[in-house]
Design a protein around this ligand. Structure first.
Ligand code: ZN
Length: 500
């Protein structure tokens, strides 16, 4: 047992190193790489990912896992040994279903598609992106067929990001949510929207950057083990528990983009920085699912970062940073402005209430693509129609329509629903945190986040992938996935009575 376990650990560590190397190449592609390097970088990333895949799917790994599986059966399921064997085994089973050729083809297609998407988005030219998207849909259909599924082809893709979750379950939760959310949106929209014109003024980019950095340092983001850079689409990425990076995007004449984008990505990064260091260089050193990951980013961005106690503490500092722009704006007016509800075209700038509708639109469309009910060339019109149906808006360009998100250029089908599920989980966890930490609002209003971060580290972060999202929810809240705490949160926030 001992010798086999050491051999497995060493093999998995090498795989993690190769994956981290590919992640660094991708991070550089999004931040500093010159635009002409796209094709060369695509080949480099494909080679490193192929090596990682080959090293991991080697029969020797399978043999070690077979040998170790019975040996760890009587161990505590949360022990390092039992967790590593269990999670590596699941990954191995998934990975060995995909051929080396398919993995390599996907990596190369993604790298080329990302560059084409950037150009298409910048020049509002969907046809530049369309052939790449077509290729990615075909490869993902191939992937879903190789992974296998019992019911829906989309299940196989969803399962990669949210282990065990089924398309039908997402449909059930989303349909329930839509039914209850639409009346709330209507009730809120019936009132005069707050004035937020003061958020749309010139704000020094350097000061925006510095303010965001000061807040996330207060949150507990560790710059000794991380850094922030700029990119077209903000993201967080972890090369190790000791190297968790974020990116942000700054708009010179709109305060919210960099501010809340930074808090959001820091929420993701706090999760990764909080994983037990014992799990370093193993597949356990990662967020347990995308929905759990997104619950962390939304918790810091919305439940904390758009709350009244938060701005009681930070608004004077923000006013001092931007006296010309904000000196005549009261705390209450500012609070209402950053919580303004208004149907909008861009998901990453959507308010906390209508955000889930943006996700449902993407879920509908990508399912239809993968299951062959629509073609790539139908997308711009289908997008605009569905956008109109859900949010009453019609994009004037594809840049602010179907081209706005990076995800499909990454070949990430099955990813979008996890955003909305993350919202729901964030509210489920926060309800429990409030019960456990009665002074939470007071602490936040003093800029003290240590008790909150400690709770998250203790109940969520430290475990990495040792516990599934469902297990974390059940251990902390005593129940599975439900929309009720999130609905209660938005009803309270927007003053909508329960009788609606
Ligand atoms: Zn996120």
């Amino acid at each position: 047992m001992e010798q086999a376990f050491v051999a497995l650990k060493e093999r998995l560590a090498q795989v993690e190193d190769l994956r981290a190397a590919a992640d660094v190449l991708e991070w550089d592609q999004e931040t500093y790489m010159p635009p002409g390097a796209g094709a060369a970088r695509a080949a480099q990333i494909a080679t490193v990912r192929r090596l990682a895949h080959e090293r991991f799917t080697d029969e020797a790994v399978g043999a070690l896992l077979e040998k170790l599986a019975p040996a760890v059966e009587d161990r505590d399921p949360l022990s390092f040994e039992a967790s590593l064997v269990r999670v590596a085994r699941r990954d191995y089973e998934q990975a060995t279903k995909l051929s080396v050729d398919l993995v390599g083809a996907l990596a190369e297609a993604v790298s080329l598609a990302k560059e084409a998407w950037k150009e298409a988005k910048e020049t509002n030219a969907f046809p530049v992106f369309a052939p790449h998207l077509q290729r990615l849909v075909e490869l993902n259909v191939e992937k879903a067929e190789a992974l296998g599924y019992a019911d829906r082809r989309y299940d196989a893709l969803l399962d990669q990001y949210e282990p065990g979750l089924k398309t039908a379950e997402v449909e059930r939760v989303f349909q329930d949510l839509a039914k209850k959310l639409v009346p709330i949106v209507h009730a809120v929209a019936a009132h005069e929207p707050p004035d937020d014109s003061f958020l749309h003024q010139p704000f020094s980019e350097e000061k925006q950057w510095a303010f965001g950095v000061s807040v996330i340092q207060d949150f507990g983001y560790d710059f000794e083990r991380g850094r922030q850079d700029r990119s077209l689409h903000p993201f967080s990425t972890a090369f190790a528990i000791s190297d968790v990076r974020i990116t942000t995007r700054i708009k010179a004449e709109f305060l919210n983009t960099a501010l809340f984008g930074t808090l959001h990505e820091a929420g993701h990064a706090l999760y990764e920085q909080g994983i037990d260091p014992e799990l370093e260089r193993t597949p356990l050193a990662d967020g347990t699912s995308l929905a759990m990951h997104e619950s962390q980013s939304r918790l810091w961005e919305i439940l904390v970062g758009r709350s009244r106690p938060f701005w009681q503490h930070y608004y004077p500092r923000l006013q001092a940073t931007f006296p010309t722009q904000l000196s005549g704006v009261s705390l209450e007016a500012f609070y209402r402005a950053v919580n303004k509800v208004q149907p909008s075209l861009i998901r990453v700038e959507a308010d906390g209430l209508t955000y889930n509708l943006h996700i449902m639109l993407r879920f509908d469309i990508e399912q239809a693509l993968i299951e062959g009910r629509v073609g790539v060339n139908d997308l711009p019109d289908l997008w605009n129609e569905t956008m109109h149906e859900y949010l009453g808006l019609r994009p004037a360009t594809d840049t602010e329509g179907v081209l706005q998100d990076i995800h499909w250029s990454l070949g990430a089908f099955g990813y979008f629903p996890t955003y909305a599920l993350g919202n729901l989980i964030s509210a489920q966890l926060f309800e429990k945190i409030r019960a456990d930490l009665p002074d939470l609002d007071q602490e936040i209003s003093r800029g003290r986040f240590a008790p909150l971060l400690h709770w998250l580290r203790t109940h969520v972060h430290q475990y990495g992938r040792k516990l599934t999202a469902t297990e974390i929810l059940e251990r902390t809240t005593g129940e599975g996935l439900t929309a009720e705490p999130w609905l209660a949160f938005v009803r309270e926030k927007y003053g909508v009575s329960m009788s609606n």
